[in-house]
Design a protein around this ligand. Structure first.
Ligand code: ADP
Ligand code: MG
Length: 314
């Protein structure tokens, strides 16, 4: 059957009362909710349970604090709860209803970066962009040091609170890896954020595809445009060819608009500085072996503050 309505405002889910919808995807609903007794506000990610599988599949997760959850939710819960970083969203608890596995997350007021870029582009001053990008990379460097790759970094999955800063969320596709071990093969993420090795369906280092996606995020924060996007009327493979060749261009200064033909999102912006462009180039390096690492990004002059963020073109 079709998608049944998700729980409505004022409905009770577990010990919580739903206040509003924060996000909705194909298989998940994220709700702002309040605990009926203590009044604490939380974000509840409700993952639709797939039709019950065999007992073998259900038992495959082994010992886990979230053993009652369906497999997908259990993976996400297990990964988030193993993390402890100021710029990564916290998992408070989990519970389950007839239809949903529920992850109870700390509520991050304000919005995600997609919303910020679309609706409040003027707030993205060069200093603010540098600050949120630094926090984002510190979260990702931490994640990689824990041998976890996010595999779905994009502006919708990066929450920003004016007080506490960046909170990376959505670990639904995150994967544990073995350093110097086998490469990953699971297809993941959005096309516009996919590194060349993902486009070419090659085994990949999860850290390297995260860094490519960070390059897409920084480009978008700097320009309000996507470096790689499907242009109207062209065949989908055209964009994949541009990604494989690393063929992107910064829009020509001022006014946003036409430029390199990127996907325009918000209002026009001032041109990005030379340091920022250099860092984007190092992240959007097509050869993953030559691509910068998250740790190295933290030492790049754009983030260490050695260069002015408004530094003119050389
Ligand atoms: P999906 O797997 O369906 O993409 P996400 O975990 O990305 O689900 O959540 C969907 C959207 O809900 C996010 O893009 C964000 O706008 C909002 N959201 C998610 N978690 C929170 C949170 N903890 N606080 C506030 N908003 C959230
Ligand atoms: Mg998401």
């Amino acid at each position: 059957g079709g998608a049944a309505a998700s729980p409505a405002v004022n409905e009770t889910v577990g010990p919580y009362i739903i206040l509003k919808t924060l996000g909705s995807g194909a298989f998940s609903h994220v709700k702002l909710a309040v605990h009926a007794r203590d009044g604490v506000r939380v974000a509840i990610k409700m993952l639709e349970k797939t039709p019950p599988k065999s007992h073998h599949a259900a038992a495959a997760g082994g010992a886990s604090a979230h053993a009652h959850l369906a497999t997908q939710a259990r993976n996400e819960a297990s990964i988030i709860s193993s993390l402890n970083h100021p710029n990564i969203v916290r998992l408070l608890t989990t519970f389950e209803t007839d239809r949903y596995s529920c992850l109870v997350l700390e509520y991050v007021p304000n919005s995600d970066l997609y919303d910020l870029i679309t609706n409040h582009p003027a707030s993205l001053t060069p200093e603010f962009v540098r600050r949120i990008f630094r926090e984002l990379v510190s979260a990702v460097a931490y994640l990689h040091a824990q041998n976890i790759a996010h595999c779905d970094l994009k502006i919708e999955n990066i929450l920003v609170d004016s007080d506490t800063g960046v909170k990376v969320t959505d670990f639904g596709l995150a994967q544990r890896f073995v350093p110097d071990g086998p490469l990953l093969t699971t297809r993941c993420g959005s096309e516009e954020y996919a590194a060349p090795e993902l486009i070419q369906a090659l085994p990949y280092d999860g850290r390297k595809i995260d860094v490519w996606a960070l390059g897409i995020v920084l480009f978008t924060l700097l320009t309000n445009e996507m470096p790689f996007t499907h242009r109207p009327g062209e065949r989908p493979r055209r964009m994949f060819h541009r990604i494989a060749r690393g063929d992107y261009a910064f829009p020509l200064g001022g006014g946003g608009g036409g430029g390199g033909g990127g996907g325009h999102i918000g209002g026009g912006r001032q041109p990005a500085g030379a340091m920022a462009k250099d860092l984007v180039r190092r992240m959007l390096t097509t050869n993953p072996a030559k691509r910068i690492t998250a740790e190295e990004i933290l030492r790049h002059p754009y983030l260490t503050g050695e260069g002015s963020v408004l530094e003119p073109e050389p």
